[in-house]
Ligand binder design. Structure first.
Ligand SMILES: C[S@@+](CC[C@H](N)C(=O)[O-])C[C@H]1O[C@@H](n2cnc3c(N)ncnc32)[C@H](O)[C@@H]1O
Length: 491
């Protein structure tokens, strides 16, 4: 029996519906990509492994066609990704034009992924007709836009002209359709060496977007870039399956802008419609007039909405709110040290809700620093800073529990971060005689449960790109040994 069926309506186009009740963590689907390729507007990269390659004449190139290939991939006898376009470029004598700067955006590479789709279409026409051709590409919304016009010159003109694709029956309309399909449907993946690329998965891209998704997917570079899709929370039969196309830890205005610009629709999910973002106050600012209430967007879907205080009559325009947030964001971007980030958190308390997305972004930055940088390695942290890390992880987890609840990767990664300071804090307290053997054991078992939950969530991740999974397994061995020793001491 199928786990989900595909339906269609005027709001979503095609979408996926659960055919049965699903449990959190349940496997839903897997498949290999139709193509993988460089992202649009990328800097110069190897056309086989996507590592950065110098765009100037000093850069490494394919000996056959002159397009970018790194030193290692040049030596390979098989280049499965680059092979077909290499033959096209070689036959048509289409050379890569070196740039004058090493890492500028390399527009020439914008034709590569569309060309790969067009060549795979010739090779695998059945899959093209059944799975790729029906994909949403928003022709009407894209037609005549600056991006459409740039692609018309840069990609359509190049493939139909110098690359002689017209002779293979490929016209501008088809190329624009492919560009649109890629823009609307690709997912970002990482190679085993963590280089970024885009992947086209017809089955995965049927899922609609929600800002509180109920599924999560993993891409496995060690297994031919296969994706696997799982439920993160229990899903009732007949409910829609959702992934997310936006960063869930961004505010409504930013998510809406991203979805409008990149995917050509307005999201009407419960979170977007609610000015408090499901009670989290993720976009709320402190009212500077009454200092008691919070400013909330009166119409979150309107980019020019008025922000109103929920306690007094104060009103602020979106322009003013955005300008303030930009100043704060710039300040955060230029702040690196733990001390300065902690100072920003303190300073912004009077301006933003403690759950505001900028506050959460600072907390996330601090979580990445405490325990991971010199002078603040976990073994060096005093009790107070171990407690601080526990507090930061707990606060971010409370937000993730609303936006990405259940067995989501984001929760899995945060749980890994949380278990370590809990273990070390308990050890510190035990060594100082502040807690008994029994209390120590309770804390260690709490940490073990957190780690087990995290490892269960991350068990679906490819270990080659999920370092945390590897480290978590090591940590579990140590923790189990410690628990055994403490239990023996208790007896
Ligand atoms: C990756 S495709 C999803 C599959 C698509 N519905 C189809 O028929 O091929 C993304 C497109 O689906 C539609 N879509 C996805 N989620 C949506 C949502 N929450 N609200 C409205 N439209 C949505 C939009 O047209 C969007 O550009």
């Amino acid at each position: 029996m199928e786990i989900f069926s595909i339906q269609r309506n005027s709001e979503f186009g095609r979408f996926a519906i659960a055919c049965q009740d699903l449990n959190a963590g349940e496997f839903l689907s897997e498949d290999f990509p139709f193509v993988i390729g460089p992202k649009a507007s990328t800097t110069c990269c190897c056309l086989e492994c996507y590592c950065p390659v110098d765009a100037t004449s000093s850069g490494s190139r394919c000996d056959d066609c002159s397009w970018p290939l790194c030193h290692d991939c040049r030596k390979l006898s098989e280049r499965p990704s680059h092979k077909r376009e290499c033959e096209i470029f070689k036959a048509a004598k289409c050379k890569f034009y070196n740039l004058s700067v090493t890492n500028a955006i390399c527009m020439q590479l914008d034709c590569i992924t569309p060309l790969r789709v067009l060549l795979e279409k010739e090779f695998n026409s059945m899959r093209w007709h059944e799975e790729i051709e029906p994909m949403e590409h928003h022709r009407n919304e894209r037609f005549g836009s600056p991006t459409w016009n740039a692609d018309e010159q840069n990609v359509v003109g190049y493939l139909c002209g110098p690359c002689k694709m017209k002779q293979r029956g490929i016209d501008g309309e088809l190329i624009q359709q492919v560009i649109g399909i890629l823009e609307v449907n690709t997912f970002e993946g990482k190679t085993v060496k963590s280089h970024t690329m885009r992947c086209l998965y017809p089955k995965l891209s049927i899922l609609s977007h929600s800002c509180t998704p109920n599924t999560t997917h993993s891409i496995h570079p060690s297994y031919g870039n296969k994706f696997t899709l799982r439920a993160t929370i229990p899903i009732k039969q007949g409910s829609q399956l959702y992934t997310t196309y936006a960063y869930t830890l961004s505010g409504t205005a930013e998510r809406q802008q991203h979805l409008k610009q990149g995917k050509f629709f307005q999201c009407h999910c419960e979170r977007c419609l609610d000015p408090t973002e499901l009670g989290t106050n993720f976009s709320s600012l402190k009212c500077q007039k009454c200092h008691l209430g919070y400013l909330l967007a009166s119409d979150p879907l309107n980019s020019e909405t008025i922000w109103k205080c929920n306690k007094c009559e104060c009103e602020v325009t979106t322009v003013n709110i955005q300008s303030l947030l930009k100043t704060l964001q710039d300040e955060i971007n230029s702040t690196r040290s733990i001390e300065s980030l902690e100072n920003l958190l303190e300073k912004y308390k009077t301006i933003l809700h403690s759950n505001h997305f900028l506050m959460i972004s600072i907390k996330n930055l601090l979580i990445d620093l405490y325990g991971h940088v010199r002078g603040y390695l976990l073994s060096e942290l005093p009790e107070s800073l171990l407690r601080r890390k526990i507090q930061l992880c707990t606060e971010v987890l409370q937000i993730l529990d609303v936006f990405e609840s259940g067995k989501s990767r984001a929760r899995g990664l945060m749980l890994i971060e949380l278990h370590q300071p809990i273990t070390l804090h308990a050890s510190c307290q035990y060594k100082l005689g502040k807690i008994s053997n029994k209390e120590y054991l309770i804390e260690l078992e709490k940490s073990q449960n957190i780690l087990n939950e995290s490892l269960e969530i991350l068990s679906c991740e490819d270990e080659s790109i999920c370092q945390q999974r590897k480290l978590g397994k090591l940590s579990l061995n140590q923790l189990e040994k410690l628990i055994k020793d403490v239990k023996e001491n208790c007896n």
